[in-house]
Ligand binder design. Structure first.
Ligand code: GLU
Length: 318
């Protein structure tokens, strides 16, 4: 492993291997964020690849520089390093606008005036995971109907094909979705002018040459939309690895409000080696949760040992 120079490392598709941390600075990292970040890092480093850090601060109200700075300090404290910091999403408006133009040239976007309330009242159909499927109300508006709404804030939606998009996830196995049936035309720019996550993440990963995306399983169902965007923007999608989520007692989702498992509290009570060792054990990489410095993880790393199912953690047992 040691003698692979980053420039020589290749992903399975033959491209240079580049992974990324893409945290949202809307609070202190918790153990679950950390678990996903650690796996993404160990996977790339185990094959001598490059790691990029990108701060995903599209949501300007919830995100702040203070959280972004703490994120970096926490990753650093744990020993998870990166080779390059990509510009934060807040500064990437021009790149997103250029991508939107490419979609427009393909005749695939339209303005949408539907509000959440209206869609709810119309009881839009639901996909299996409970997300509503956009029924396409604004897709077929006539030129006059559009003109009548001009001036009112509109989001921008992307027309999706009635086609099954499939890929093999490195942890979850084969996954497919028919975008028309399971999702519907989706928003690429919000009515307030903000950029949607789906578009931004693809544009940024393309710009950074990301060839491997490892993140939490909660984003698995975003992958087909993202693969579709890669196709429209003329780029090859990355390899995907959707890691299990860490759950709190009773199986509830950890959130940035779970203070007992946030990095502030964890750092007061544990060493980086204890935390990394514990997470490596949860990931199936070690037999027991013995303390482990992050630099020893790449040599132990193997996606086939990482469980597919979410993992319950009891803060009292840390
Ligand atoms: N920024 C997202 C998050 O913090 C991750 C996006 C991604 O990995 O694609 O949940």
């Amino acid at each position: 492993m040691e003698n692979i120079h980053p420039d020589q490392a290749r992903s399975e598709s033959g491209r240079p291997l580049t992974g990324r941390f893409a945290p949202t600075p809307s609070g202190r990292m918790h153990l679950g964020n950390l678990f996903a970040a650690m796996l993404a890092w160990a996977s790339v480093r185990s094959r001598g690849g490059r790691m990029i850090l990108r701060i995903e601060d599209l949501d300007t109200e919830r995100c702040s520089k203070r959280w972004a700075d703490l994120l970096k300090q926490d990753l650093d404290w744990l020993g998870l390093d990166w080779d390059e910091e990509a510009p934060p999403q807040r500064e990437r408006g021009e790149a997103y606008a250029a991508a939107l133009e490419r979609l427009q040239e393909q005749g695939l976007i339209y303005p949408c005036w539907c509000t959440r309330g209206l869609l709810h009242a119309a009881s839009a159909p639901h996909a299996e995971d409970g997300h509503s499927v956009y029924p396409g109300f604004c897709r077929d508006l006539t030129a006059e109907e559009r003109a009548a709404r001009a001036g009112k804030p509109a989001s921008t939606r992307l027309i999706v094909p009635d086609e099954v998009i499939s890929f093999i996830d490195g942890v979850q196995g084969p996954y497919s979705e028919n975008l028309a049936r399971d999702c519907g035309d989706f928003v690429v720019r919000k009515a307030d002018g903000g950029w949607a996550y789906q578009l931004a993440v693809v544009v940024d990963d393309i710009a950074s040459g990301v060839s491997e995306v490892a993140r939490g399983r909660d984003l698995l169902s975003s992958a087909p939309r993202q693969i579709y965007l890669y196709r429209l923007l003329g780029s090859e999608p990355p390899a995907y690895f959707h890691a299990p989520l860490l759950l709190g007692p009773g199986g509830r989702r950890l959130s940035k409000r779970d203070l007992s498992l946030d990095m502030g509290t964890l750092r007061e009570n544990f060493s980086p080696e204890q935390i990394v060792g514990h997470l490596a054990h949860l990931a199936g990489l070690t037999e027991t949760p013995v303390p482990l410095p992050a630099r020893e993880l790449p040599a132990l790393f193997d996606w086939s040992r990482v469980p597919r199912q979410d993992i319950e953690v009891d803060p009292a047992e840390l």
